[in-house]
Ligand binder design. Structure first.
Ligand SMILES: Cc1cc2nc3c(=O)[nH]c(=O)nc-3n(C[C@H](O)[C@H](O)[C@H](O)COP(=O)(O)OP(=O)(O)OC[C@H]3O[C@@H](n4cnc5c(N)ncnc54)[C@H](O)[C@@H]3O)c2cc1C
Length: 396
């Protein structure tokens, strides 16, 4: 395998950089680089800028509006976006439900939903997890009973990321409880404005409203919103999860955060020298950098695989990617010492121009550290990924 970039790849990188320099709004870039809160409009604005360029869905086939990039070009795009500090294009529409619609949806569903996802006309959220059904997802209890030309949905989803903004939710629902649990699940697309849906916030450790509980009380969903066949939803659900885990490695973002870590560690002093020159701290940073380089190589190996389909290797990327992301936030706080402790909500919410401590870069980092405890849980917990690795890769 040749992991060196070709001249064409390097020219592509220049094109991407020029686009980002010309089109990434400075206020969005500043928010991302300084770990400030992103609002709904921030995500939508950036998604639509990319959509106008035809680059909002790098992995989509050309026939649905994708740019037709190779795996390497997609990697370069992601790396350059992370380096520049763009808001993320949220995965729920573009990378999660869209591949399922492409693979298993009917012609009408493809024609209606895919262009809307591409242009961010609908904000999507993911309705998989339930109280008591996270790792053991197939035990889910939300029911959908067919009555004429509708399903009547009852139950509860939880941890629904950014569901408070959502126009649509894709849901796993139980349509048959008399068979093996995996065989009675269906995949439904539900309009969040349908009567009977209630969204309640769950406030996280960093006081962010990022996740929600979603309740369904006799919600009427047209049968045309069923994806594929009834009771085959588990197959579609697993197909989607592979796509979710590849993106979770977030190598590009970790590379940007590594530079940020080095910057703050070079501005803090220990024994009269920059902390970055302290032998113990420098060794921690170097070890992290080596792990990150190894992860990047693994990502390239996975995405340049002949059939391009993420297999159980995606679990490796998820585990190492999340561990590295968490370690970065830990080292940032360690570097800042007491300066990293104040939790300055007025500054984070944009009500004050500068942080109370006088260090704007430090203010969001305690929240960032707490927030990133999530990465080893979501997208399938790391323990579950390790089970997959031992069974599917190591054959134990
Ligand atoms: C910030 C955040 C955002 C999320 N966003 C969404 C979303 O948008 N949509 C959605 O549907 N879900 C979402 N989730 C849910 C996420 O997928 C689940 O939290 C995750 O799958 C774990 O399920 P659980 O929380 O029910 O924990 P449990 O399954 O109850 O697990 C509890 C603990 O036991 C361990 N464990 C469980 N089973 C095993 C086993 N067999 N072997 C070894 N260890 C085991 C787990 O690793 C974990 O440490 C989100 C979660 C978080 C934290």
């Amino acid at each position: 395998m040749d992991l060196d970039y070709t001249a064409t790849d390097l020219a592509f990188r220049d094109t991407v950089r020029a686009f980002l320099e010309a089109n990434l709004p400075a206020d969005l870039q500043q928010k991302v680089r300084m770990h400030r809160r992103l609002e709904r409009d921030d995500y939508v604005r950036w998604h639509r800028i990319c959509a106008r360029q035809g680059w909002a869905a790098p992995a989509w086939p050309v026939e649905y509006g994708g740019p037709g990039w190779s795996a390497t070009e997609r990697h370069i795009w992601e790396e350059e976006c992370a380096r520049a500090g763009t808001p993320p294009i949220l995965p729920f529409g573009v990378n999660m439900v869209a591949p399922v619609i492409m693979a298993f949806g009917n012609a009408a569903q493809k024609a209606y939903y895919l262009p809307r996802i591409l242009h961010c006309d609908d904000w999507w959220c993911q309705g998989y997890s339930e109280p008591g059904s996270g790792s053991d997802l197939a035990s889910l209890k939300t029911t959908a009973e067919r009555v004429g030309e509708h399903y009547i949905v009852n139950g509860q989803k939880t941890w629904t990321t950014l569901g408070q903004h959502a126009d649509m939710i894709f849901c796993l629902v139980r349509t048959d409880s008399t068979v093996r649990k995996q065989e009675g699940i269906s995949f439904l697309l539900i309009d969040m404005k349908t009567p009977g849906i209630t969204v309640r916030p769950i406030i996280m450790l960093d006081e962010e409203h990022e996740v929600n509980e979603v309740f369904f009380d006799n919600v009427k969903v047209p049968v045309e919103n069923l994806i594929g066949q009834e009771n085959k939803g588990w197959t579609y659900a697993k197909y989607l999860l592979g796509h979710e885990r590849t993106g979770i490695a977030a190598v590009g973002r970790s590379k940007r955060e590594l530079l940020f870590l080095k910057k703050i560690a070079s501005e803090q002093f220990k024994g009269g020298r920059p902390l970055l020159q302290d032998a113990v701290f420098a060794a921690k940073v170097a070890s992290l950098e080596i792990e990150l380089m190894a992860l990047e190589t693994t990502v390239l190996r996975v995405i340049t695989k002949a059939d391009h389909r993420p297999g159980p290797e995606a679990s490796l990327l998820k585990v190492r990617g999340s561990e590295i992301q968490q370690l970065l936030t830990e080292l940032m706080l360690e570097a800042l010492g007491p300066n990293g402790l104040p939790f300055d909500t007025d500054y984070l919410e944009g009500k004050q121009e500068h942080a109370l401590t006088g260090d704007d870069a430090a203010a969001p980092l305690a929240g960032y550290y707490f927030n990133f405890r999530k990465t080893s849980i979501y997208g399938g917990s790391n323990e579950i990924q390790k089970n997959i690795i031992t069974q599917m890769i190591l054959g134990l």
